[in-house]
Design a binder for this molecule. Structure first.
Ligand code: SF4
Length: 323
């Protein structure tokens, strides 16, 4: 068995999963632990495989963030225009590769790096029309990024003014210790403001517009403030809906900080009281994480096979149901 530690942490999506359905949270963060090992219990191996399931909408978001993130990390020092053609080419190539991998069930050998689409696994397979619509949506997101002010700015300023770029391999940049709790809130980009002292936190969204609370954005602020040593008052947050040309801004993150801290405290209390070993972050009793009674949620849950809740028709989850 692996010696890697299962770290207790807060994130907005973890808390959302926990309060939506404690059992879903259990499978995602405890029941699937060690499931990558050949000698792990059968349920852990299945949970590990299922936790990597993603819908077409989620795959679009993942590919968009992968190609934009890589282009930003590799961009030259000097300002340039958005390399839209290269982004389109990379995104389309990965899109077709992942669709083929899902159809070929390549996830059976490596679920972490080969897509397993919810639509293929639970719904009888993506139709050609759905695939084509997905590709169109992906290209639209890249067009939206290239047209957006922050998209242009991400390439149009000196590289040194980009203070954080999300990097899948850099965990130290994704989390910070906030009052003794590890908090995950990795922004897609943090770019210096025109005044040279403020920072803009930018998150690209590939799905439909949702009202984000100032509390949710304040969690980003807490992490970026800690990592960059910048007061909250110097931070603003921006959600850019690249597929729909919408842009939400919050310049007053301070107003959500106290509530954000209260939510973090509540999550820590509510989860840890169900653990069998808080120190080692072990959830040894699955019954302390009950299944939701709102069975409609199970229609779009990737763990429905494990829970035996496959009776109702499946409904592919949207891009935000990542964990
Ligand atoms: S299938 Fe339903 S009960 Fe099971 S984890 Fe998913 S939402 Fe929870």
């Amino acid at each position: 068995m692996s010696d890697i530690k299962n770290e207790f942490a807060y994130s907005w999506s973890r808390a959302d999963a926990f309060y939506q359905c404690p059992r879903r949270f259990y499978w995602q963060h405890y029941g699937s632990w060690n499931g990558w090992e050949d000698d792990a219990p059968a349920n852990a191996r299945l949970a590990y495989r299922l936790k990597h399931i993603q819908s077409l909408a989620m795959l679009i978001g993942e590919i968009f963030h992968a190609v934009v993130g890589r282009a930003l990390r590799e961009r030259p020092e000097r300002p340039s225009s958005v390399p839209a053609a290269a982004l389109h080419d990379s995104a389309e190539r990965i899109f077709y590769e992942q669709l083929a991998a899902s159809r070929a069930k390549s996830w059976r050998t490596n679920p972490k790096y080969n897509a397993n689409l919810f639509e293929d696994y639970y719904s009888g397979g993506l139709t050609a029309r759905e695939s084509q619509e997905g590709l169109v949506a992906l290209h639209k997101c890249i067009d939206g990024f290239a047209a957006d002010g922050f998209g242009r700015r991400a390439f149009g300023v000196e590289r040194a003014r980009l203070k954080m770029i999300d990097d899948p391999a850099n965990f130290d940049q994704k989390r910070a210790l906030i009052e003794g709790v590890i908090v995950y809130a990795p922004p897609d980009l943090v770019v210096e403001g025109k005044d040279g002292t403020s920072l803009h936190i930018v998150d690209w969204k590939t799905g439909r517009h949702r009202d984000a609370s100032v509390v949710q954005l304040a969690v980003y602020g807490l992490v970026v403030s800690e990592l960059r040593g910048v007061p909250i008052s110097r931070l603003s947050a921006h959600l850019v809906y690249v597929g729909h040309g919408q842009h939400d801004e919050c310049a007053q993150l301070s107003s959500g900080i106290e509530e954000a801290k209260r939510k973090i405290d509540a999550f820590v209390h509510d989860v840890q009281e169900r653990l069998t070993d808080v120190e080692r972050n072990v959830a040894g009793d699955i019954e302390r994480f009950p299944m939701t009674t709102s069975v409609f949620k199970c229609r779009s849950c990737k763990f429905r096979e494990l829970c035996g809740r496959t009776g109702d028709p499946p409904l592919a989850p949207d891009e935000d149901l990542a964990s």
